[in-house]
Design a protein around this ligand. Structure first.
Ligand code: GLA
Length: 380
């Protein structure tokens, strides 16, 4: 499969009709709960995808990315088909296809994308591109959709066009997060509450360690886990695993085959951890979040099976060096780890993780401190 490409005219970005931005995310807690109708608690990152978008009247979607190979991908919006576009261009194309499928009369555009969300790092670089396009088209074509509706469009783009059966967390985080807070989201009905998270005021830092192990959700493992959860819910006669609480867990586990028990144990425990985390943030006790993060990682490692040696090592090294807590974030199979640390301990923890990686012969990780940023918006 090859995209129709053309060498870019040596001109700068198209004369703008507008500029939009949509961020990547890290999830504080609530992993692999979103496709079980459960709870999540992400923050948006300052790293974001920016798109300059100018509508076209000839039905062409012309896509250029600063992070691409210097070519413009040119597509006919009436001929878009799922699976028919390659590489980064499938994300913006997917959004235009999904909007048209949903009956919105949208046409082509010149789209110039520039993103500083690391790719393959579990920080939702693809959701950022989907959401920035959805936000731009919503404004340019006057669609009148709200944040959750645009997040649903972006999720469907990923599910039906790109072919990844992801949940709604990443797209909701990118569309709806607010600066200075985490998004406490009920993925069943998309009701959400913004929970203040003043890390700097509490003398804390949230380190994001990109382990540089590329995670790829399209490889089938994610789909298998999701199918396992859905099978468990069906066997238990529940609409989704969200409908099982800690009190009902032991009896439910007795009714399930061995291979599904750890999945169910993780999801039930993880939903409870989100609620505990929100209660702590509401009480202003940010430090107490640490052990919840570490417990979440143990559950992802031991029950859900989505960690890897590098994420496990980053978590152990960070906690041993004094982090209040640490866990992998996102879908897993590589990607990034978050570590909650006292501000003064940030350099020590960063160095300890780097040393551990060096000693284990792993590629050097990349670490930065995250602060909760704003969701998708028009900037120009
Ligand atoms: C990926 C998916 C999300 C979510 C996480 C795991 O990021 O895109 O929908 O399922 O994995 O929590």
């Amino acid at each position: 499969m090859t995209n129709p490409v053309r060498t870019l005219d040596p001109t700068a970005p198209p004369a703008p009709s507008g500029v939009w931005t949509a961020p990547g995310r890290v999830n504080l807690i609530g992993e692999h709960t979103d496709y079980n109708d459960g709870f999540v608690l992400p923050i948006a990152l300052p790293q974001a995808a920016r798109a300059t978008v100018r509508p076209r009247s000839d039905g062409l979607l012309r896509l250029y990315s600063e992070q691409g190979d210097g070519t413009t991908v040119e597509l006919d919006v009436t001929a878009l088909t799922p699976g028919g576009v390659d590489g980064w261009a499938r994300y913006p194309a997917a959004v235009v296809w999904t909007l048209r499928e949903a009956g919105h009369r949208v046409g082509g555009a010149d789209v110039h994308i520039d993103s500083d969300v690391p790719t393959g790092a579990g920080l939702s670089s693809s959701a950022a591109i989907e959401c920035v396009l959805a936000a731009a088209y919503n404004d340019l074509y006057d669609l009148g959709l709200d944040g959750p509706e645009l997040a649903r469009i972006a999720q469907r783009a990923e599910n039906a066009f790109v072919g990844v059966p992801c949940g709604i967390m990443d797209q909701m985080a990118s569309m709806c997060c607010r600066e200075g807070g985490a998004l406490f989201l009920d993925t069943r009905d998309l009701s959400a509450r913004h929970v203040p998270l003043d890390l700097l005021g509490a003398g804390l830092r949230l380190l994001v360690v990109d382990t540089r192990v590329k995670h790829d959700l399209a490889d089938g493992a994610y789909a298998r886990l999701r199918a396992g959860c859905e099978r468990a819910a069906a066997l238990l006669g529940l609409p989704a695993l969200r409908d099982l609480g800690p009190a009902g867990l032991p009896a439910a586990l007795d009714r399930l085959p061995d291979e599904l028990r750890p999945l169910v144990r993780h999801v039930v425990g993880e939903n409870a951890r989100v609620e505990q985390a929100v209660a702590l943030l509401d009480a202003g006790d940010l430090r107490a979040l640490g052990p919840i993060l570490t417990a979440g990682h143990a559950s992802l490692r031991d029950d859900y099976g989505v960690s890897c040696p590098e994420t496990d090592l980053a978590v152990t090294a960070a906690v041993d060096a004094g982090a209040l807590g640490a866990r992998m974030t996102g879908g897993g199979f590589g990607g990034s780890v978050i570590a909650l640390v006292d501000a003064a301990a940030a350099p020590t923890v960063t160095a300890a993780v780097e040393t551990a990686f060096r000693q284990a012969g792993h590629t050097a990780p990349r670490t930065f401190a995250a602060v909760p940023a704003a969701g998708a918006r028009r900037t120009f």
